[in-house]
Design a protein around this ligand. Structure first.
Ligand code: ATP
Length: 369
C-alpha cells in the first residue's frame, strides 16, 4: 500500500485550449478512501487516468510513496481500475476473468486458484465462477470487475463511477459493500463520482473539483458544514443550500439586511466581517438549519435568529417536509423532520441556527464565514 501524491498536476488538451486539470496538489494517504467529486467535465476522470498511467500529464508529478511514477506505464504501477462499464470479458468465464491479471503476472497456478477464491468469497460470487458474464446481472458483473481489481492486491485502487450503471437500490447496497471491502483491505483508493451522496457516504475525505481545479479537500462532514466557497456549498446537499442577497449593516449591532429580513449577528462575527460593513454579500443557510416556529424545534442549537415568511408551497417527502417559504421576494426552503401539514399562505416565523449560517464574498464567491 502507498501514499499517492499529486504535485501541480496539469493536463491540457487541444494545444492548451482545454485545461482539463489545471494545477492539482493532493496527497491521498496510505489506505485512505478518497472521493474525487465534481460536475461533469471538471477533470475527475482525467486526474484518475493520470494516476493510472493511461494519460500523461502536461505538467506536474505523481508519486507513489517516494517513487516518481509520472511517466511509468500502467502495468508498472501495480494499480487496478474499475470502470462504469464493467469491462469484463464476455468470452471468459467469471473464474478466468478474475484470474486474468494474475495470469498476466505469471502467478503459479495454485496461487491463482487461491487468490481467485479469496476475491470471489469477499465479493460473494463463489457460486458464479463457472458462468459467463452474459449469464449475470449488472450488479453481479460489477462484483466480478471489483474482484478482478482486488485480486492482485494493488497498491492503489482506482474507481471511475463504478455504480452509475446499477439501479438505485443496488447502487445503495453496493455503496456500502465497496466501502466495507475497502476498509477491510485498507487499499489506497481514489473513487470518482459526480454523486454527492456517494461521496458523503463512502469517502474518508472528499476532494471537490470544478473546472480543472481542486476547491476543497476534507472529511465529508467538514466539507458539508464548512464549505470554503459558494460552489462547494451549493454542490453538496439536497435540497441545495439557500442562497440570498444581503448587506452587512452596522447600526447599534451587526446585522444582515436583505429583501424581507433583518438578522442580528453575534458579536463574534464582527472580526471576520471587518471590511464588509455596508457591502453586499451572499448569505447561505441549509434547509435543515432552519425551522418553523411552533411546528418543530432546532436540536442542539445555542444561538438563533428569527425572520418572518409566508408558506408558498409544501413538499411532503414522507420522512421530511420541505417548506418553501416566501421571505420578501426570496423563496427559501426549510427542511423539517416528519410530516408537517402547513397551509399555503400561512404566515410563519422562521428560526435560523446562527452557528450554521454561511456568508460569501460576492465577487470571489469564497466563504467569509
Ligand atoms: P465526466 O463526469 O463527464 O466524465 P469529468 O469530470 O470526469 O467528467 P474529464 O473527463 O476529466 O471530466 O474531462 C475534463 C475536460 O477535458 C472536459 O472538458 C473534456 O471534454 C476534456 N477532455 C477529456 N479528454 C479529452 C481528450 N482526449 N481530448 C480533448 N479534450 C478532452
Amino acid at each position: 500500500m502507498v501514499e499517492v501524491r499529486l504535485e501541480n498536476l496539469k493536463k491540457y488538451f487541444d494545444r492548451g485550449r482545454v485545461k482539463a486539470v489545471d494545477g492539482v496538489n493532493l496527497t491521498i494517504k496510505d489506505g485512505e478512501f478518497l472521493v474525487l467529486l465534481g460536475p461533469s467535465g471538471c477533470g475527475k476522470t482525467t486526474t484518475l487516468r493520470m494516476i493510472s498511467g493511461l494519460e500523461t500529464p502536461t505538467e506536474g508529478k505523481i508519486y507513489f510513496g517516494d517513487r516518481d511514477v509520472t511517466y511509468l506505464p500502467p502495468k508498472d504501477r501495480n494499480i487496478s481500475m474499475v470502470f462504469q462499464s464493467y469491462a469484463v470479458w464476455p468470452h471468459m468465464k467469471v473464474y478466468d476473468n478474475i484470474a486474468f491479471p494474475l495470469k498476466v503476472k505469471k502467478y503459479p497456478k495454485n496461487e491463482i486458484d487461491e487468490r481467485v477464491k479469496w476475491a470471489a468469497e469477499l465479493l460473494q460470487i463463489e457460486d458464479l465462477l463457472d458462468r459467463y458474464p452474459a449469464q449475470l446481472s449488472g450488479g453481479q458483473r460489477q462484483r466480478v470487475a471489483v474482484a478482478r481489481a482486488i485480486v492482485v492486491e494493488p497498491n492503489v485502487l482506482l474507481m471511475d463511477e463504478p455504480l452509475s450503471n446499477l439501479d438505485a437500490k443496488l447502487r445503495v447496497a453496493m455503496r456500502a459493500e465497496i466501502k466495507k471491502l475497502q476498509t477491510k483491505l485498507k487499499v489506497t483508493t481514489v473513487y470518482v463520482t459526480h454523486d454527492q451522496v456517494e461521496a458523503m457516504t463512502m469517502g474518508d475525505r472528499i476532494a471537490v473539483m470544478n473546472k480543472g481545479h481542486l476547491l476543497q479537500v476534507g472529511p465529508p462532514t467538514e466539507v458539508y458544514l464548512k464549505p470554503n466557497s459558494l460552489f462547494v456549498a451549493t454542490f453538496i446537499g439536497a435540497p441545495e443550500m439557500n442562497i440570498v442577497d444581503a448587506t452587512v449593516v452596522e447600526n447599534d449591532g451587526l446585522f444582515l439586511e436583505g429583501n424581507g429580513f433583518r438578522i442580528r449577528l453575534p458579536d463574534d462575527f464582527r472580526e471576520l466581517l471587518e471590511g464588509y460593513i455596508e457591502k453586499d454579500v451572499l448569505v447561505g443557510i441549509r434547509p435543515e438549519h432552519m425551522t418553523v416556529k411552533g411546528v418543530s424545534t432546532l436540536e442542539h442549537v445555542t444561538r438563533t435568529a428569527e425572520i418572518e415568511g409566508l408558506v408558498d408551497f409544501v413538499e411532503a417527502l414522507g420522512t421530511d417536509t420541505i417548506v418553501h417559504a416566501k421571505v420578501g421576494e426570496n423563496i427559501i426552503k426549510i427542511k423539517i423532520p416528519g410530516h408537517v401539514p402547513l397551509p399555503i399562505g400561512e404566515n410563519i416565523k422562521i428560526e435560523i441556527d446562527l452557528d450554521n449560517i454561511h456568508i460569501f464574498d460576492r465577487d470571489t464567491e469564497k466563504a467569509i464565514i
